[in-house]
Structure formats: C-alpha cells, structure tokens
Design a protein around this ligand. Structure first.
Ligand code: ADP
Ligand code: MG
Length: 387
C-alpha cells in the first residue's frame, strides 16, 4: 500500500498537492465543481494539521502556452467559497513570483498555482521543470487520481525529488477499486456502455475474466450486435472494431448479455422521431439511441442477486432527454441494490448525477481515462512514483 498524508508529519511543512481541478467553465465560472469538492478532504486535513498548502493542477489543453481562458482564477474563487476563506492564486506555477508567494505562506494557509500545462515541459515530463516544481515544497502529495495514468511533470516527475505520498481521494479510489479489480465478490456484474469499444477493449478483456456476466448497451452494444450479424441500421457502430468484438463475443459466450429491445430514432437530436423496437428491427435511416424498457427489466433481473457491480458507459445518448431513460432507469436499479456499486467514467458519473442517485452508489470514481487504465491493470505512472 502507498503511504498517505496520514503517515507523515506535515506541520509547518510546505506541501505541494497535485489535485485534479480540470473542471468545466461556463461564463467564466466553474460549471461543475465535483472534482474540486472531491479534493476538499485532503485540503481540509492539511489545513487542520497546519501545513503550508500549495495546490497545483492542469486545466484543459493549452498546449504549452498561456491561454487566458484556461487560467485557474475561477477555480480559486470557487475554492474560496467552499473553504470560506480567500485563496490566493499565483500567476504561474514556477518562477520568482510563485517562489515568493510560497515563501510568504503561513501554517494552515493555502495557495493555488497557475495551470501547469501553460508550460510544454509539463506534458513532456521534463526533469528540470519537475525539479523547479519540487523546489517549491518539502513534501509532495498526489490527490489527482483522474490524472494518475499520465506521466507528466506534476504527476510523476516531481515525485522523484520529494517525499511523495497519496492524498485522501487517491487513497479512497484505490481502497475501493483495488478489490474490484483483483478479487471481486460474486455474483460480480459489469454494465458496459458508452461510445467506443476501441477505448475500452483492454478493460473489457480484463473484466471478462472476473465478471459473472457483462451487460452491454450504448454504442458499444451496437458494435457487438453488428458483430453478431444483427441489423443495426444507421446506429453508431465502430466498423474497425467488429473483429475485436467478435473475438470477445466468442470468448464471453453466454456471459455477455446484449439488449433485447431498443429506443430507435431517426436522429440523436431531441426533436427526433423515436419509438421502441425489438433488437434487430432497425430500419435504415434509423439508429439505436437507447436501451428499451424490456432490456431495463432484463438487466434488473440480472442485477438483483449481485454482490458487486461496476458500471462504465451510458446505455444511450443520455445527453438528449428522450434517450436518457434507459441509463437513468438502470441508475435507479443500482441505487436500490444491496450490492457494492461502483460507477466510473466521466459521462457515466455525469449521468448518475443527473439521475439524482450519485450518493446512493458505494463509489463514483473521479477517474475517466484513469479509471479505464486502472481497471485494465495498466501501470499508473503517477501511482508507481509514490512512496
Ligand atoms: P464514459 O465517459 O462514462 O467512459 P463514454 O465516453 O464511453 O462514457 O460514452 C459516453 C457517450 O456515449 C455519450 O456521449 C453518449 O451519448 C454515447 N452513447 C451512448 N449510447 C449511444 C448510442 N446508442 N449511440 C450513440 N452514442 C451513444
Ligand atoms: Mg466519456
């Protein structure tokens, strides 16, 4: 197990905390603060224990240049509200000004550094840049699970120059996800949806070995249906993944469950004509946009005896109201289960949120790509670098 902030003395130490504040903005304000709130336990604990807290994060893809719209000022503002104290922000994450602001930090105070990706050396994991970041602090804490699959300077490089431990969010993700990946309780059910098979093939293969059954819907479901020779009309299908899908179907046999019916539509927009149809009855010009009510019932029966459930990927085009019903219904089914229920993936987390049942899940991971990598059993460079 990795060391965490609970294992070290932080009092009056300068503690550089890598958080994931990669949040969406709307009109210059934070539009969804889920990730900021997720980092609060670590920040509050460090404040209480009188650390001098230096926060850093990336935001968006500025590609190594200063992009004013991607400055972290709205994050500082939002964090100030959440902590009920004004959190200052540095204009850069390295350099003289940042050094002097860090120097002035008192025990129990917090400073937010500027977007690490304003420097191209961040994504290049440049050793000199990592050293400069490290020179700001006595201790490094990584609480950015959602960025832990990336070997960047602020997630990986910096950890080689300081005592490096996990934050409380990182610790919680690992405590919850590790047993699911390594040693799940049975019946262990996996629900899989979303857009692309290609991004998830590694995870599917890994979970196939562990899961009792995999319930598949969404765009991924369409690709599996087509691979089986079922008519999918104009549905989203990843043609170049049909071979891979066929291999998985063969390996999975009866344990891979596909939808029985669908909501089909003549487009994925909100004004589209749509109706319920049995699987296989999709006229050309129409597409599968959601799982149908019979499939919800079928999935519910499968899920009822489960001890553990992992869900990644919405089961329909949930962003558009008429095609969100299948995803929301399955979210409510999970909310009622006695089982350990784990949701991962950016859109999946958003869907469960919109269904209003996030707090009924055992765990909603903050990871998108990181969740997939972790579940697949890939090396997580930022994790490996911690003590
Ligand atoms: P996550 O972020 O949770 O890993 P993905 O990014 O893989 O999930 O998938 C989410 C996307 O999949 C959503 O934008 C949703 O509209 C899309 N999607 C789900 N079902 C379908 C479908 N039947 N046809 C087209 N797109 C779909
Ligand atoms: Mg997504």
């Amino acid at each position: 197990m990795k060391k965490t902030i609970k294992d070290i003395d932080v009092s009056n130490k300068r503690v550089l905390v890598r958080v994931d504040f990669n949040v969406p903005f709307e009109n210059g304000k934070v539009a969804d603060a889920t990730r900021i709130r997720a980092a609060l336990p670590t920040i509050r604990e460090l404040i209480d224990r009188k650390a001098r807290v230096i926060l850093c994060s990336h935001l968006g893809r500025p590609k190594g240049k200063v992009v004013d719209e991607l400055r972290l000022d709205p994050v500082a503002e939002h964090l100030s509200d959440l902590l009920s104290t004004s959190i200052p922000k540095a204009d850069d994450c390295i350099g003289e000004a940042a050094v002097s602001q860090v120097h002035d930090l008192k025990a129990g105070e917090v400073l937010l550094l500027e977007n690490t990706r304003f420097h191209s050396q961040e994504e290049a994991n440049d050793p000199d840049f990592a050293k400069k970041l490290a020179s700001l602090a006595d201790i490094y804490v990584n609480d950015a699970f959602a960025a832990a699959h990336r070997a960047h300077a602020s997630t990986e490089g910096v950890a080689h120059h300081l005592p490096a431990v996990a934050g409380l969010l990182m610790e919680r993700e690992l405590i919850v996800l590790e047993p699911v990946r390594e040693n799940p309780e049975h019946p262990f059910m996996v629900i899989l949806g979303g857009a692309k098979v290609s991004l998830k093939i590694g995870m599917i293969k890994r979970l196939l070995e562990k899961a009792d059954e995999i319930l598949v819907g969404g765009g991924i479901g369409n690709t599996f249906l087509k691979a089986k020779g079922v008519t999918t009309g104009d549905s989203l299908v990843e043609e170049e993944q049909l071979d891979a899908a066929e291999q998985i179907l063969e390996k999975a046999g009866d344990s891979l469950i596909l939808p029985e019916d669908a909501v089909i539509a003549d487009s994925a927009s909100s004004g589209a004509s749509h109706q319920t149809a049995p699987i296989g009855e999709v006229p050309s010009g129409w597409q599968v946009a959601d799982i149908g009510p019979q499939t919800v019932k079928q999935f519910k029966e499968k899920l009822d005896p489960a001890k553990m459930v992992v869900w990644n990927g919405p089961l329909g085009v949930f962003e558009t109201e008429p095609f969100a019903q299948g995803t929301f219904a399955v979210a409510r089914v999970l909310a009622e289960l006695e089982a350990t229920t784990i949701v991962g993936g950016g859109d999946s987390a958003a869907a469960v949120n919109e269904a209003g049942v996030s707090d009924k899940m055992s765990h909603v991971s903050t990871g998108g790509g990181a969740f997939l990598s972790y579940m697949e059993g890939k090396e997580m460079p930022a994790l490996s670098a911690l003590d």
